[in-house]
Design a protein around this ligand. Structure first.
Ligand SMILES: [Zn+2]
Length: 165
């Protein structure tokens, strides 16, 4: 995660960083995991539930040294990481006829849900629309911001810094 010292709190500011708020899914009784899994590429969807080995860090309390160990987890149990590392690199990950919020949601996933202001999101969207005529690219910035602020489905919310000490 990158530092966010440019973050401003004013919601009306164009530079407000947004992100996908996983707690929104909990509050609304939606499963973030299955919502994100359904955005995986077909190869990854076919592997869902397959057992894979995941490396994790073990701290030895006696020696204070960290070592690695492996555990078996179902494939896709960290769906956002799978999308960042695989599916978002497929050419049909974002398509011109996708709904605007769907495309915005996918940009955040492709970047590991790093908080980003919407004008950065739009720069990323430019890569998915070489002709430049896609509906989510020609939308005026203010309309894009309004769409995101009225989002009731994707959990895209302003990313607020914890209160500074
Ligand atoms: Zn994939």
């Amino acid at each position: 995660m990158q530092d966010t010292d440019m973050v401003q709190r004013d919601d009306s500011d164009e530079q407000t960083p947004y992100h996908i708020d996983e707690s929104w899914f909990e509050e609304n009784d939606f499963s973030f995991e299955s919502f994100v899994q359904s955005r995986m590429c077909s190869e990854c969807q076919a592997r869902l539930g397959e057992e894979v080995e995941e490396r994790y860090t073990v701290l030895n309390k006696k020696t204070g040294r960290a070592t690695f160990d492996f555990r078996k987890v179902p494939y896709g149990s960290s769906p956002a990481a799978v999308i960042r590392d695989c599916c978002s690199k497929k050419k049909d990950y974002i398509l011109p006829d996708m709904a605007t919020l769907e495309a915005v949601f996918r940009v955040y996933l492709a970047h590991g849900n790093q908080p980003m202001p919407l004008d950065h999101v739009r720069e990323q969207l430019g890569d998915w629309c070489p002709g430049g005529g896609c509906q989510w690219l020609i939308l005026p910035m203010a309309s894009l911001e309004r769409l995101v602020q009225n989002d009731r489905f994707y959990g895209i919310r302003p990313h607020l810094l914890p209160t500074a000490a």
